[in-house]
Design a protein around this ligand. Structure first.
Ligand code: NI
Length: 139
């Protein structure tokens, strides 16, 4: 663990008031933890643009399993990107709807491309890609 440093920040009272209101609504105990999280968030967002840094993404898709061959089309894409697909969870929501959660690893651009490919498939009712981090560069 690296050394901890303290530093000062200049900002308007209005902005600080808004920030403090937000922190209290979210439940932060102190500003330092909130500011650390904001910095981590920026570092993680930077990783998403990197061609090399490995990141993780979670793809969430809801679809009608009666939709023509969608099950097998989703599986085909996962076999195509074997090195990047880490896990796949299937939930039968009801008689008609299915939820598929796919965990993807790799450089940000690749993770995003695979996520977009899954989400944009014909027959997907709802799709969302959440990008995350390997955690290597955030402490
Ligand atoms: Ni199902």
């Amino acid at each position: 663990m690296s050394e901890t440093v303290r530093f000062g920040v200049s900002l308007s009272m209005d902005l600080l008031d808004r920030f403090d209101q937000l922190l209290s609504r979210i439940g932060y105990d102190n500003r330092s933890e909130a500011i650390r999280d904001l910095i981590r968030e920026k570092i993680v967002e930077e990783e998403w643009e990197s061609p090399k840094e490995e990141t993780f993404g979670v793809v969430f898709v809801v679809y009608d399993h009666h939709a023509l061959s969608l099950d097998s089309r989703l599986t085909d894409v996962q076999h195509e990107f074997l090195d990047n697909i880490v896990a796949d969870l299937h939930v039968h929501i009801d008689e008609q709807n299915c939820l598929e959660v796919v965990v993807v690893r790799g450089p940000g651009k690749r993770v995003r491309a695979i996520g977009e490919r899954l989400i944009s498939m014909r027959g997907i009712k709802y799709g969302k890609l959440n990008l995350g981090t390997s955690g290597q560069h955030v402490h």
